[in-house]
Design a protein around this ligand. Sequence first.
Ligand SMILES: Cc1cc2nc3c(=O)[nH]c(=O)nc-3n(C[C@H](O)[C@H](O)[C@H](O)COP(=O)(O)O)c2cc1C
Ligand code: SF4
Ligand code: SF4
Length: 391
Amino acid sequence: MSTLEQRIGNVVFKSPVTVGAGPLTGRPDLLKKAAECGAGAVSIKQTPYSQPRPGVRKMYAERGGYFFNPSDTRLDYRKTVDMIEQIKDTTDMPILVNILGDGLNVESWVFLADLFERAGADGVELNFACPNPPDKLGAGAEGYQYGASISHHPELARQIISGLTQEVRIPVWVKYSGYGTDIASLARIAWESGAAGITAFCSLKGVYPIDIYQGGKPRMAAMDSCSFGGINGPAIKEASKRVVADAHKAVPALPIIGGGGISKPEHAIETIMFGADLVFMHTQIMLEGFEIIKAFNDSILRFMEEQGYDSIADMKGLALKYEIPVNELDYTIGPPAKVDPEKCVGCGICEKIAFCRSIHLSGGKAQVEEELCECCGLCASVCPRKAISFG
Ligand SMILES: Cc1cc2nc3c(=O)[nH]c(=O)nc-3n(C[C@H](O)[C@H](O)[C@H](O)COP(=O)(O)O)c2cc1C
Ligand code: SF4
Ligand code: SF4
């Protein structure tokens, strides 16, 4: 019989579907809801050591597209302790806490990790990922590095992780940024420095949505100006799986919580097949409600039973056996596209492909001029009836 349950270190995760740090994990009632809906774990909203500036929650969503947030509130560590203590009494769902120390001040990370371990947390997740904080704070804090900027300085990451793991017993997960970073080196650093695993990745940094009819004014509710900030949701999905894959290839034994842009159970399975042990979601739950976690669990389990996978580990990294270096791609031009007239409904979608000279509608059906076909495969991928094949 298939199971969703996994043990990583001493922690048991009943489902591979976890809730990433963010607004959904900053209140006890929300954590309880996540547990009731079958989340495998939650990562409590970022708790920083210092509060560098006031936190403000600003968000914008284009359903099915992307989610933009240039800023969010942060938790005070006393509130986080209360929250862990409350939730620990009501559930055995593992609790990670997303923490942000003051850059190279290792004591600040140790302070938070130690505090949350004593409160009953099952792990801390170092926030080397948030694209929103500035690289450096102003006067008095010169040299401190925050959030994603730590992922851009691998040796800084190494010093913080190894300094922390020498001082605390609680499992230390590291949430890395994926954009413009050498994730393979960062994965090795996490492994060599004694981390329990990594979370990959957080958000891309993008621009705010604008109203082109108002001279480019931000289309953010009640805001006349805005800063650039995190882009999450479907727009980052393929990039996030690549980051998971590169981390897994670099250190196959390293546990990975993978995510970014997951909105369907299939995306969770894909992320596992590219090397994740667990997945995290935020945007989709934010828009659809915690109940979708139940649906994810049911779908993933059904898929495993139908496909004969006993455990999540059986699926981990499977897709990578098909990966080859780009210089080993097959450069011969294969057989031309073939249209199945029984399936083709003459919708004309394939005919619109602008560079293609070979596919045209004739008598209400698509037809291919074989000698002009480059076998690129694009028409087959866009055909809604799966009427095009090769060979
Ligand atoms: C409003 C908002 C706040 C977030 N706050 C945090 C945070 O405090 N710490 C963190 O590591 N990630 C934070 N994230 C990132 C999410 O945990 C997640 O990595 C990201 O949204 C990508 O996943 P998704 O596409 O499923 O939303 C935040 C995301 C959003 C949208
Ligand atoms: S996209 Fe598919 S169904 Fe539509 S015309 Fe082309 S082959 Fe036919
Ligand atoms: S495989 Fe490429 S070149 Fe051939 S018909 Fe389809 S889109 Fe055109």
